[in-house]
Design a protein around this ligand. Sequence first.
Ligand code: ATP
Ligand code: MG
Length: 426
Amino acid sequence: MKDSLEQGAFTIIETLLDNGYEAYLVGGCVRDKQLNRRVKDYDIATSALPERVERLFARTIPTGLQHGTVTVVIDGQPYEVTTFRKEDAYENYRRPTEVQYIDSLVEDLQRRDFTMNAMAIDHEGRLLDPFHGMEDLSNGILRCVGEAGERFQEDALRMLRCVRFAAEYQLSIEERTWAALLDNAPLLKHIAMERVRMELERMMSGASPSLALELLASSQLLQHTKIPLLLAGIHKVTKLNNVSQLNAPMECWAYLYLLLEAEQQSAEEELRQLTFSKQQVDAVKLPLAAAEFMASGLGSGSIEELERQWKLAVIQYGKDAMITLAHILTVDPAASESKGLTGSAGRILGQQGLHWLEEIPVDKLSGLHISGGEVISRMAVPAGPWVANVLQQLLREAALGSLANEKDVLLDRAEQIYKEHYSSGT
Ligand code: ATP
Ligand code: MG
């Protein structure tokens, strides 16, 4: 049974055939269908030129006309329809900006990266597999189409795709493909950091981040990025296995940087260079900063002290950062040893951290049942930096549970703090 997404793809293929053109399903959708995996999107290759495709369908978007790609919209769903093409002039180890249209499916499949990505399905559902992708898949092998070295030299991004696909589909990389990857690893320096980030992100959110990292480590591929990365040191990290136990990609990143013993600032800089969003950068840097803060404020390391410091960290770095840190310490209590937090402290935080987090009655200034204005009018003193400081102190005490989050109680305590610290002459 075809679902409606697949139905739409066949509608496009039929329309092209009815008009005298060839058309096939190609690429990832063919691979995933053969593996009984969920297909995310259907791509179609056709002998029709892009202008022709545009005229044959009511709704189209000129997504990548210079590459021969037109997006056709059927029932609100987009499909990429690409004219059979060859890419002869590769520039700077990336795919070319100009393509040459051809009329042969097999030649189109030949320009594709791996045998499992170079299969097609025709309008009757028959598999066309000139490069024996199915045979490789059933043997659990990832192999370049043609001469692997040439293929990586044409487009160095394929080396990262190779690692990603091997991890995602649990395939072993065919011997010559692997040898070519090792030989050509230095070409990765031609690839924009943004493309590197996109591949790394997909590895981390994929089926097996730890396998991807192991392959990155054993190939030392990341030693050759355009901008040098701390991540290049992952071959020295022995606990890559654990990464797969974390459930959010940014948690994996935070854990990796802890294992790499990265300073928060260097990690932050690196994530920026990789063009991660500010939100993603924060999701990594705040847990790192919180781990440092946890370690810095500890004396005896008693449970009471850990709890207090943890709750103070929650107000300072936010709940999300502390949830991440708790998850990491659950997976690996020794994760932040480089920050000075012992394994036994890490174990307690991994066990208690989330519970302590829930216990906190208020963790943000906006949650205090009092405003700066109310504090000012109570004291009848002009506003100044003291207001924020008093509010912060109230928040700490309320978060730790030593002060009720009630207006009158807070106001009385505000007055007391003000008198202790700010009023001269009394
Ligand atoms: P997924 O979308 O799950 O990552 P995919 O195979 O669909 O996998 P895409 O990047 O969407 O990957 O590309 C679609 C197809 O285009 C691939 O299956 C492959 O045939 C071809 N392709 C994509 N990128 C390259 C590349 N850098 N070199 C050669 N062929 C490529
Ligand atoms: Mg795809």
